[in-house]
Write a protein that binds this ligand. Structure first.
Ligand code: KG4
Ligand code: ZN
Length: 356
C-alpha cells in the first residue's frame, strides 16, 4: 500500500511517500527557519503562507524521486493537529482535495503519534510494548505504548516543554532561533559542573513516583544566574552546559523510572530534543546499566517531517483502526477522522491519550 504523508503543523513542510511493504520510498522537507529567524520565533501567518507555496512542488518532487504516479497512491495521511491552526489547514485541505480527486481516503494523523512511531522507520525498530519519551518544542510526555493507537500517559510537563526550555534559555543567552541546537552546541564547550541548577520534580518522583515534569523554574534559575553573574563568552558556555545537564538529568531519571514502573525494557525517544547528543549519551548509559535499550529515530526524522506522518497512516490502516467507510474509494478503510464527503477540520489542541 502506498501512503502519501503531509506535515504542515508548524514551520516545516514535510512530504513523504511510504510503501507498507517496501518502506520509505522518498521524502522531502522545506524548513522555514531562515524566514522566521529575524522575528526570533515562528510567525504563524508567514508559516501558513509558506506552506501554501511549498506543499504542491514538494509533493511533485517526492513523486518524481519515488518514480510513482499520484494515481498509484492508496491513501493520504496528513497532520490534523496539534499545531498552528492556519498551518494545519494547508496540509489538511491539500490532503482532502487529493483524496477527493483520487477517490482515496484522507487520514487525519496526530502529530505526536507521528513522532512516537518515528523510530519504527529505522532498520532495527523496537517491538511493542515500549515506553516513549516525547520531547519536542511543544510537548514533554512519557507514554506507555502498547500498540498503534494505544497510548497511556505516564507523565507530562506541567508548564514549559523541554524544547521550549531549551529555546527560551538560548534566547536568554543571546542565541538565535531555534535555540535548542545552538544551546546544545555551546554546552559542548562548557563545564556542566560550574553552576548548580535545580532538577525540578526529581525529589518528588523519588518520594511519590510522580512522572510529571516542570521546566519553567529551571529557566527562571538561569535568568537569575545570568543577571547575577553577567557571564562572558566562556561563562555562557558553562551556563549552557549546566542547564543542559539539569534537563538531561531529569529526562534520564524519569525515563528510567518509567521503565521500572511499567516493567518494560525498551525506551523510544522522539521529538526534536531527541536529537540532543548529551541526552542520547546519558539515556544509553543509564538504560544499558539496567539491561534496557533505547531507540531513536534517524537524526533527520527527529524533528518534524512527512515520513513519520505517512508511516503513522500506514500503521493505522494496517492495524484496522477503522471509522467511517468512505463512499469513494470504498475498497480501503478510513480512520475515524476521515469523512465520506471529505469535509475537514483541524485540531490545534489534541490530547494524544484520548485517541484510539
Ligand atoms: O519536534 P520538533 O521538531 O517540533 C515540535 O513539534 O515542537 O522539536 C523542535 C524542538 C525545538 O524546541 C528545538 O529547539 C529542539 O526541538 N531541539 C533541540 C535540539 N534539536 C532540536 N533541543 C536540544 N538539543 C538539540 N540538539
Ligand atoms: Zn514535532
Amino acid at each position: 500500500m502506498l501512503i502519501l504523508g503531509i506535515e504542515t503543523s508548524c514551520d516545516e513542510t514535510g512530504i513523504a511517500l511510504y510503501d507498507s511493504e517496501r518502506g520509505l520510498r522518498a521524502h522531502a522537507l522545506h524548513s522555514q527557519i531562515e524566514m522566521h529567524q529575524e522575528y526570533g520565533g515562528v510567525v504563524p501567518e508567514l508559516a501558513s503562507r509558506d506552506h501554501v507555496r511549498r506543499v504542491l512542488p514538494l509533493i511533485r518532487q517526492v513523486m518524481r524521486t519515488a518514480g510513482a504516479r499520484l494515481e498509484e497512491i492508496d491513501a493520504v495521511a496528513y497532520t490534523q493537529g496539534p499545531g498552528l491552526a492556519g498551518a494545519l489547514l494547508v496540509g489538511t485541505s491539500v490532503a482532502n482535495a487529493l483524496g477527493f480527486a483520487l477517490g482515496i481516503p484522507a487520514l487525519g494523523i496526530h502529530h505526536l503519534e507521528g513522532h512516537l512511531l518515528s523510530p519504527l522507520l529505522a532498520s532495527n525498530p523496537p517491538q511493542f510494548p515500549f515506553v516513549a519519551l516525547l520531547v519536542s518544542g511543544g510537548h514533554t510526555q512519557l507514554m506507555r505504548v502498547a500498540a498503534v493507537g494505544q497510548y497511556e500517559l505516564l507523565g507530562e510537563t506541567v508548564d514549559d516543554a523541554a524544547g521550549e526550555a531549551f529555546d527560551k534559555t538560548a534566547n536568554l543567552l543571546g542565541l538565535g532561533y531555534p535555540g535548542g541546537p545552538a544551546l546544545a552546541q555551546l554546552a559542548g564547550q562548557g563545564r556542566a559542573g560550574r553552576y548548580k541548577l535545580p532538577r525540578p520534580m526529581l525529589e518528588q518522583m523519588h518520594r511519590t513516583g510522580n512522572l510529571d515534569f516542570s521546566f519553567s523554574g529551571l529557566k527562571t534559575a538561569v535568568l537569575l544566574l545570568v543577571r547575577k553573574e553577567a557571564p562572558d563568552a566562556a561563562g555562557k558556555s558553562d551556563v549552557a552546559a549546566s542547564f543542559q545537564e539539569a534537563i538531561v538529568d531529569v529526562l534520564t531519571a524519569k525515563s528510567m523510572y518509567a521503565l521500572e514502573q511499567t516493567g518494560l525494557t525498551q525506551l523510544v525517544v522522539a521529538g526534536g530534543v531527541g536529537a540532543n547528543r548529551r541526552l542520547r549519551e546519558r539515556l544509553d548509559r543509564a538504560a544499558a546499566e539496567r539491561g534496557c535499550r533505547v531507540f531513536y529515530p534517524e537524526y533527520e526524522f527527529c524533528t518534524d517531517n512527512g515520513a513519520m506522518i505517512a508511516l503513522a497512516g500506514a500503521l493505522r490502516l494496517g492495524a484496522g483502526l477503522v471509522g467511517a467507510k468512505l463512499a469513494v474509494g470504498a475498497s480501503l478503510l478510513a480512520n475515524a477522522s476521515a469523512t465520506p464527503d471529505y469535509a475537514f477540520s483541524v485540531k490545534p489542541r489534541w490530547d494524544l491519550s484520548t485517541m484510539a
